[in-house]
Ligand binder design. Structure first.
Ligand SMILES: [Zn+2]
Length: 91
């Protein structure tokens, strides 16, 4: 089965963000945050011939995690400003 490795990095970074920020953690919001972030990041697929070490290095790359975090933070902003969350905060 093929995997988008960028998606794995986004999921891991998002887990950290969800732990550290007081934001809505319902399934819709989490999916929306992920989708928006992934729309703004290039998908990455490895060939079957690629070494496991390459894949690991990709997932652990510090600089990449920082750029992914920036996109995730942007996505959080957008989702937290959507109607569902606005309504929640009113009254
Ligand atoms: Zn929500």
């Amino acid at each position: 089965m093929i995997k988008n490795y960028m998606e794995i990095v986004v999921s891991e970074v998002l887990d950290e963000v969800l732990k550290n920020y007081d934001i809505c953690k319902c399934e819709n919001c989490i999916d929306d945050i992920k989708s928006i972030a992934l729309n703004n990041l290039p998908p990455v697929y490895f060939l079957s011939s690629e070494a496991e070490g390459e894949k690991k290095a990709f997932l652990l790359d510090r600089q990449r995690r920082i750029s992914v975090l920036a996109k995730v933070a942007e996505a959080v902003e957008i989702v937290m400003n959507n109607e569902h969350n606005k309504n929640k905060n009113e009254g």
